[in-house]
Design a protein around this ligand. Structure first.
Ligand code: GLY
Length: 562
């Protein structure tokens, strides 16, 4: 009991709740908006819009800028997903998720004697990386929809890398915390490592090698990254650490345009990401599960609302576990999962009097542990084109390996596979066949970049990082707007809760549930566990008065408009 209290107290201290003075005044912009995890990246996106660039141009410039100013998750050595809605209503999604290298094998992270997963092997170092997709993704997005010249979009990131930018207090803290890790995986040093003293607020971070890499991408596009000097540096870095990515993997990598997942919640059309992300299907399933309940009457984060959302989450995450993986390798039963009738059936054994124990919910198995360091950004331009991108290295600073001579971090996305399908991993979680490792396969994701229409018109752009909590954080942000009438900023700042089937606990941020709601849930058998902040949700709303942005107060996030 004493330990629980101390733990709770530490979390309260750690978590700075969003309060009124943190939240910018409710402002509207007529022309365009950019919301990202870092003020410098938001400035880059806004400048591109003001120069006459469209939402895709701004998004491409932001993706490269985040690789410089937000090395936690912004990247060229990782991957992501984009959901796009053009001003005339055309929709598309781009999958630039990393792929397993051709030499990947199902049991590559298992001890050959014991058959158990080897601690951290899929998480850190050169073997943890999938083949990066971000640069190919940006090239394809720009080729299809971009307006400004490619070179123009790289210039701001090059400048930020070459001349540096001032780091925030949060960044100084995170970089210092990882000093030993950076040294371990990069013994010859990296720009992210301050050798003698510690980083502090306002220090300038200069990344010369990264600026050279970005110049190569500016001049040669895809070939500037997947071939030539940058590729050579990448492969020799991989070889130094006994990784398995080859030049052939780089040559073969292709991002893919995929048919968006769409569904309806009341009269709102949800446009979101298909597999290999589980996020889009899961979000629509969750919305279907709660659609017929009077949430607005019950209130946000209030007893019955939380109970029904948690029970929906329990069931949907169990489905995610069993049924989802890379659609190029596994037949995801998408149509069935998305049917409203199916969700109704799934909720039939829900009982208002008591929590449904998770072990009763599902014959299916799987829960793959996911890291929470990813980043999301939203852009809307003057014409009304909208972009929602979630991009990731997976863990904080990915594999922690910075490519020597090229200055960029490599992802540790291989850990998003089920390292050992069918039996519990180190964390007591089990993985499924659908997400087993195979050569050239994409690992399952929870990233949920989403765009919502109302009456055929753009209404909301939303997404977040947060590993397994991504889906529930987007779910809550969407309901905060659609049901609880919150502004964009209120919707993202509002405290969150999360259930993911296994473990069978309701994880809650500080102040997410009041005493009466907690008592109500406790009495029905729900286990409530306080935890650190979840996600960093970004939102743009298109209202009759103009564009309204919500940048999560849990980080340095920033919304800018004009
Ligand atoms: N790496 C986190 C995700 O893809 O969901």
């Amino acid at each position: 009991m004493k330990t629980t209290l101390i733990y709770f107290y530490l979390i309260v201290l750690y978590f700075k709740p969003a309060n009124a003075q943190d939240i910018p005044a409710n402002v509207y912009y007529p022309n365009g908006m950019v919301v990202t995890a870092h003020p410098e990246a938001s400035k880059v996106g806004l400048a591109i819009l003001k120069k006459g660039g469209n939402a895709i141009d701004a998004a491409v410039a932001v993706q490269f800028a985040l690789a410089v100013v937000y090395p936690n998750a912004g990247n060229i050595g990782g991957g992501g997903f984009m959901v796009y809605r053009g001003a005339k209503g055309e929709i598309s999604t781009l999958d630039f998720r990393e792929k397993a290298p051709a030499l990947a094998t199902r049991n590559m992270y298992l001890d050959s004697t014991t058959g158990n997963a080897i601690v951290d092997k899929s998480l850190y170092g050169h073997l943890a990386s999938g083949v990066p997709g971000s640069v190919d993704g940006m090239v394809k997005a720009h080729a299809k929809y971009g307006k400004l010249p490619w070179q123009t979009l790289l210039l701001p990131a090059i400048k930020l890398a070459k001349y540096g930018f001032k780091i925030t207090a949060m960044q100084a803290k995170e970089l210092n915390k990882n000093k030993a890790n950076f040294l371990k995986y990069n013994p010859s040093g990296t720009a992210l490592l301050k050798q003698i003293d510690d980083w502090k607020l306002g220090d300038t971070l200069i990344q010369t090698q990264l600026s050279q890499t970005l110049i190569a991408i500016k001049n040669k596009g895809r070939a500037g990254f997947y071939q030539g000097k940058v590729a050579k540096c990448l492969i020799s870095e991989i070889n130094r650490g006994q990784g398995i990515i080859s030049q052939k993997d780089l040559n073969n990598y292709q991002s893919i345009w995929r048919k968006p997942i769409t569904g309806f919640y009341k009269n709102y059309k949800i446009i979101t990401m298909p597999p290999p992300s589980s996020g889009g299907i899961a979000l629509i399933q969750l919305l279907h599960a709660v659609e017929n309940y009077p949430l607005a009457k019950w209130g946000a984060n209030k007893d019955s609302t939380v109970q029904i959302m948690v029970e929906a989450e329990r069931r949907v995450y169990a489905d995610r576990a069993t049924h989802m993986g890379d659609p190029d390798f596994y037949a995801v039963p998408q149509a069935q999962l998305l049917a409203k009738k199916y969700q109704k059936q799934r909720m039939q054994n829900f009982n208002w009097n008591a929590a449904t124990p998770s072990h009763m919910v599902k014959a299916g198995e799987l829960w793959a542990r996911q890291s929470e360091e990813t980043t999301h950004f939203c852009v809307v331009d003057k014409q009304g084109n909208a972009v929602s991108i979630t991009t990731t290295l997976n863990g904080l600073y990915g594999s922690l390996v910075v490519v020597s001579g090229a200055g960029f971090l490599l992802n540790n996305e291989m850990d998003d596979f089920s390292v050992k399908p069918g039996s519990p991993n180190l964390y007591g979680l089990v993985g499924g066949e659908a997400n087993a490792i195979a050569p050239n396969k994409r690992m399952l994701s929870s990233m949920t970049p989403t765009i919502i229409e109302q009456a055929g018109k753009l209404f909301m752009v939303v997404g977040t990082p947060g590993g397994s909590t991504i889906i529930t954080s987007v779910f809550q942000a969407v309901l905060n707007v659609l049901e609880f009438n919150k502004t964009a900023q209120q919707a993202v700042s509002f405290p969150r809760f999360h259930h993911q089937w296994l473990p069978d606990e309701v994880f809650v941020e500080h102040n997410a549930l009041n005493d009466s709601t907690q008592n109500y849930l406790n009495q029905k058998g729900y286990k409530i566990t306080p935890r650190e902040p979840m996600g960093r949700v970004e939102v743009i709303l298109k209202t009759p008065k103009g564009l309204q942005g919500g940048a999560d107060t849990r980080g340095d996030d920033c919304s800018l408009g004009y």
